[in-house]
Design a protein around this ligand. Sequence first.
Ligand SMILES: *[C@@H]1O[C@H](CO)[C@@H](O)[C@H](O)[C@H]1NC(C)=O
Ligand SMILES: *[C@@H]1O[C@H](CO)[C@@H](O)[C@H](O)[C@H]1NC(C)=O
Ligand SMILES: *[C@@H]1O[C@H](CO)[C@@H](O)[C@H](O)[C@H]1NC(C)=O
Ligand SMILES: *[C@@H]1O[C@H](CO)[C@@H](O)[C@H](O)[C@H]1NC(C)=O
Ligand SMILES: *[C@@H]1O[C@H](CO)[C@@H](O)[C@H](O)[C@H]1NC(C)=O
Ligand SMILES: *[C@@H]1O[C@H](CO)[C@@H](O)[C@H](O)[C@H]1NC(C)=O
Ligand SMILES: *[C@@H]1O[C@H](CO)[C@@H](O)[C@H](O)[C@H]1NC(C)=O
Length: 837
Amino acid sequence: MDPLPLHTIIWLVCWSFWLFPFCASSGSRLLPDKPLSAGSTITSDDGTFALGFFSLSSSSTKHYYVGIWYKNIPEDNCVWVANRAMPITDPSSATLAFTSESDLALSDTNGQLLWTTNISAAGNSSSEATGGIATLENNGNFILQSSHGIILWQSFDYPTDTLLPHMNLLPGMNLRLTHKTHALQRLISWRSPQDPSPGNFLYGADPDEFRQRFIWNGSTPYMRGSIWNKNLVVGQYVESIKSTIYYELRTIDDEIYASFGLPVPGVSLLQMKIDYSGKIKTRVWNSSRSKWTDLWSGPNQECNKFGYCGPFGYCDNTQPIVTCKCLDGFEPNNKQDWTASRFSQGCHRMEALRCGQGDGFLNMLTMKVPSQFLYVKNRSLDECIAECTSNCSCTAFTYTNMSIDAINGDETRCLLWIGDLIDMEKLIGQGETLYIRVNGLSDKKGKSIVLKITLPVVSSLLMIICVWLVWICNLGGKQRNKKIWKKLMSGTLSTSVELRDGNMKYPFISFKEIILATNNFSSSNMLGHGGFGNVYKGTLEDSTEIAVKRLSKGSGQGVMEFRNEVILIAKLQHQNLVRLLGFCIHGDEKLLIYEYLSNKSLHAMLFDATRKSMLDWPIRFEIIKGVARGLLYLHQDSRLKIIHRDLKASNILLDAEMCPKISDFGMARIFGGNQQQENTNRVVGTYGYMSPEYVLKGVFSVKSDVYSFGVLLLEIVSGSKISSVLLKADFSSIIAYAWSLWKDGNTKDFVDSPIVGGCSLDETLRCIHIGLLCVQGSPNARPLMSSIVSFLENGDISLPTPKEPMYFVENNYCADGAAENTVNSANTMSITVLEGR
Ligand SMILES: *[C@@H]1O[C@H](CO)[C@@H](O)[C@H](O)[C@H]1NC(C)=O
Ligand SMILES: *[C@@H]1O[C@H](CO)[C@@H](O)[C@H](O)[C@H]1NC(C)=O
Ligand SMILES: *[C@@H]1O[C@H](CO)[C@@H](O)[C@H](O)[C@H]1NC(C)=O
Ligand SMILES: *[C@@H]1O[C@H](CO)[C@@H](O)[C@H](O)[C@H]1NC(C)=O
Ligand SMILES: *[C@@H]1O[C@H](CO)[C@@H](O)[C@H](O)[C@H]1NC(C)=O
Ligand SMILES: *[C@@H]1O[C@H](CO)[C@@H](O)[C@H](O)[C@H]1NC(C)=O
Ligand SMILES: *[C@@H]1O[C@H](CO)[C@@H](O)[C@H](O)[C@H]1NC(C)=O
């Protein structure tokens, strides 16, 4: 072993043990007359980052590098390396020094140039640059400036494997992408934990079709993210650091900037990194454990890897076990392989296309669309359909509005796929609607072929009653009811408390009666299309109008929801809850019967440009109060404690007097007396209304309903859907918008324009305030429904001050590496989104 020179030992020690007292440090600056050599470091003013020579102590061959690291973190702390491909072997007189042309250059003992900022070559030197100075900033950026303060070079423009965050006013790193030149920045992994030289894995945008991101293994795609279709800011609240982390994609002129960061300065040491094994991670330093904690990391499922499910196969992330499936109308190419979880051969069509003779399109919601698309510019939806229909090799298309990030003034986005469809995923609450070409004749088999693309499915329009009617049971009804009730009760109840009640209050209505009443479920009687099936209007022989919810056949979910709804609704009686009139089981048909009313749902009123004028402020306020009372009854006053779990505008029905009725108990849960919260691995609900803790951790409690109520309240006051297109480009949702206005004292701008004139501003502002209290990130901070009801009914009670809510956006820029995997990894749970909007 060669003895190391003393100063080498000192800096090695210095690097391995942070805060080692006799480290030579020359402040935060590197000056032309003071080159940096092994043994000295420069440190950012706040002491977070250090720059200097280092080696990796665990490595067997001693290689030395110049780099930037977190000064106070003892392990895996390197964020940037200058000479990653050209290590120094003998550091004894290697230096980082200014050249006569004001470049910074690293040369080894023999005077060999190992690395340079190379600005002189770019013509950026001479007089302007003389007398340069290099500074290590508090954000980890190493900046080379001319004597006039002009930035000539900065390490942030040359990322290695790590991206540092923006923190409030301190800028962070961006991965930049230039449309015209297709120049782009990438993160490149280390070769191994001991070797910073460029490794196999790269992360960045696709240079050919830069609307998607990839992780590459060498030149092979390893993982692909969803397509970007707009400027995005995605916030994800992280409990452990008590802050929201934002991921952002910004288009400025010809460039796209991808970055991430925190709204507050310096709460955490946070970074995004591609590691040597190809995982892209967002991680935070946990000082109490002295360890890095991965907040997100991906890919974390085999199934998420590029093309894992083969052609026409997709990775289904919505189920507890994430696995490959064939698209509808397709079957595995090799059934044996498929059953043995070898999916790479993919799937093939069960019935050949009949090009030009009645092919149809089958839509799949919330998809990560396949790779390798053709972007057809300037097409309306109809033109896009025609484009795909007219070319027999077109296998699928998707259509999105790109108004926010329009390229060359074209807002439309018609994407077509030719040939095989690869690398699709079914996502949770995000993604695009993908239209897949299929043989139109399979319609006969009951497949949901979309020959004419319909508007997004309008959620259930069923109407319910205020009056309780006594029904007379059918022939033998009582006996049969008991049997059916038993059947219903058998199997595991999806409730926390086993309910037993042989005393069936609700009559069984015969299938024949329903057929007669609904004109054999004729399409002219159809009222709407809910999560688990269609809703029909019907008229019984005695001319009572009813609404019949016909649960989809063979849907496993449907059975559970059916049982749940019948059991639950039988227990409840409140003027703000819907009433069940009866039910019917016939073969595999399952039907729920409610009384019909003509005022439809709040959703149908509030979000309809013409009908919304019927909802003036006094009516809206009554609706708010009614829903609050209904919810309070569910939570506290009924004999059971019930969490609704899917409160939203389409589940609030309005009777003739506009009295609101909470409906759709298919997903409600009954809690035991002392039970406060529950975990589930099956998260169901509607994106946008689901509380963060529910989405992220599967934890729900009465406070999850309070969150949904808050969203509903903001919708009612503003007349905008939670999922509506950004009101202003800066706001990810109406929650963010409401918060921003509230913070600035401009809350009145939030109020829906049709009601502004006729409303009591005090009341509306109070409602917004209450809404903001309900959507706070921490469930404990949200008020209980009992407080909310008194806040609403008594204008004199002073309200607490809300904290800033956390924001969710449906599309997720960091999806591949981050958030969407978190949702899976956190608890291997899945979200079933019941309806697309
Ligand atoms: C400096 O930049 C020039 C032009 O960009 C390039 O040709 C040259 O190889 C670079 N030199 C070093 C040492 O990187
Ligand atoms: C020199 O650097 C400045 C500041 O970074 C930049 O604006 C300018 O375009 C550069 N000039 C050349 C010739 O590269
Ligand atoms: C990356 O590619 C190399 C060579 O092609 C291969 O040996 C390795 O298994 C790949 N790594 C992963 C994680 O797929
Ligand atoms: C650090 O770890 C402790 C113990 O595991 C944990 O309670 C805490 O939330 C963590 N903090 C962060 C910021 O991750
Ligand atoms: C888009 O197409 C329409 C006609 O189909 C044409 O009038 C318009 O100029 C086109 N716009 C762009 C930006 O190409
Ligand atoms: C269908 O589209 C592909 C890709 O644009 C093209 O190569 C092919 O010629 C088209 N076929 C027809 C019949 O238009
Ligand atoms: C896209 O959406 C924006 C905002 O909702 C709307 O103004 C614009 O007309 C839409 N464009 C198209 C082509 O649908």
